[in-house]
Ligand binder design. Structure first.
Ligand code: NAD
Length: 353
């Protein structure tokens, strides 16, 4: 076996049905007396968190938005200072978690994060912030949440279609972990188990949205995939989604679902062993086609144009994706990237270029 380095994020994770009931105890363990609860306006579970925190709830900010715009962070920071908060509780998807991380970066306050989607953001020390159409990512130990509470009950209300695309967003983390430059055998195990759990659970959720076991399996898979994202570096797929999200304000998880099969087809010739592991975890013969079929099975939009990417700006995306060179298992070739984006734009099945 080759030598390896493995750094897995040390957050305390509480997982299960009814796990939210631990919130008060965890706040007390972290010494939080006055928590600011951050969430999105449509999040219906925030009230539960407020009620469980009781007198430890100092205020609620409901304005979190996807891609963490700086102007929202400024407003939330003013609310945090106003209520003299000494801790942050985020409840919701990656949008709420992103805002919590942005506040923690600026204040170094402890965070308890309660994910209700499968974005995986809760397991990473990474923060992507948007200003003027540009998304800038940074990493800091201040960003990493101290406690993560995964409560299966909170995900039952997550609409099946959103759950499907969110699950594919999670799978994307594990897929790129399997061919990461700094990959290691422990993360490989997490990645394969995470992909397999989500590939089994997501079609079941679409068929029976209240299938509790399937929801638990999906949340478990999302936890594992998020851990992969926090442990090793990502590559072309994440760079493309990041570029598309920042440039056109495309919805985060659906963009991942539409791009992933094509990014995998591009990288496939360079990493046959990773492809074999992904295909096996998906119980299919070809990793890229398996991901495209899974996206179809969960009802995801597979056509980037339908998600809002303007066809006449394809060259701009290719240019941006090649800026600030980053590691990818296959060298970044403008023609090949253009080819994969054309396929994703039109929603065609992935093909080798
Ligand atoms: P999101 O947070 O916008 O949630 C998607 C939608 O689902 C929202 O309308 C939300 O209100 C709704 N929702 C969430 N949970 C629900 C529930 N249980 N029941 C009903 N509705 C529910 O989107 P997301 O895909 O979770 O996160 C995307 C954001 O996360 C982006 O800003 C992205 O950049 C960020 N992200 C960051 C990292 C990281 O490591 N930094 C990783 C992944 C994603």
């Amino acid at each position: 076996m080759d030598n390896f380095v493995c750094g897995i994020n040390p957050a305390r994770v509480i997982f299960g049905t009814g796990a939210l009931s631990h919130l008060g105890g965890e706040a007390s363990r972290l010494g939080i007396q006055r928590a600011l609860i951050v969430t999105t306006s449509s999040q219906r579970h925030a009230e539960q968190a407020v009620s469980l925190l009781g007198c430890r709830a100092a205020g609620t900010f409901t304005g979190a938005k996807m891609h963490t715009p700086l102007r929202i962070t400024d407003t939330a920071l003013a609310a945090l200072i106003d209520c003299d908060a000494d801790g942050i509780v985020a409840i919701g998807g990656g949008a709420a978690i992103g805002l919590s991380k942005a506040l923690a970066l600026r204040t170094d306050l402890p965070q308890i994060v309660i994910p209700t989607t499968y974005s995986g953001s809760e397991m990473t020390a990474i923060l992507g912030e948007t200003d003027d159409g540009k998304k800038v990512t940074q990493t800091s130990s201040r960003i990493l949440p101290e406690v993560v509470i995964y409560d299966v009950e909170l995900t039952l209300s997550f609409p099946a279609l959103l759950a499907g695309t969110s699950g594919l967003n999670a799978i994307a983390h594990a897929v790129e972990a399997l061919y990461a430059r700094d990959r290691n055998p422990v993360v490989d195990l997490l990645a394969v188990e995470g992909i397999s759990a989500l590939a089994k659970a997501l079609p079941r959720i679409v068929e029976h949205p209240q299938d509790h076991d399937a929801r638990a399996l999906a949340l478990y898979g999302a936890f594992l995939c998020g851990t992969c994202l926090g442990a090793v570096g990502m590559a072309l797929h994440h760079k493309l989604c990041h570029t598309l999200g920042g440039l056109f304000d495309l919805p985060h998880a659906p963009t991942h679902a539409a791009v992933l099969p094509h990014a995998v087809a591009y990288n496939a010739p360079a990493v046959p062993q990773a492809m074999a592991k992904i295909a096996a975890a998906l119980a299919t013969r070809d990793a890229a086609i398996g991901l495209y079929d899974l996206a179809g099975a969960v009802g995801a939009i597979r056509t980037l144009a339908d998600l809002g990417m303007p066809a006449d700006r394809l060259s701009e995306v290719v240019c941006l994706a090649l800026q600030n060179p980053y590691w990818n298992p296959r060298p970044l070739e403008p023609q090949g990237i253009r080819f994969l984006l054309e396929h994703a734009l039109a929603g065609r099945p992935p093909q080798p270029d």
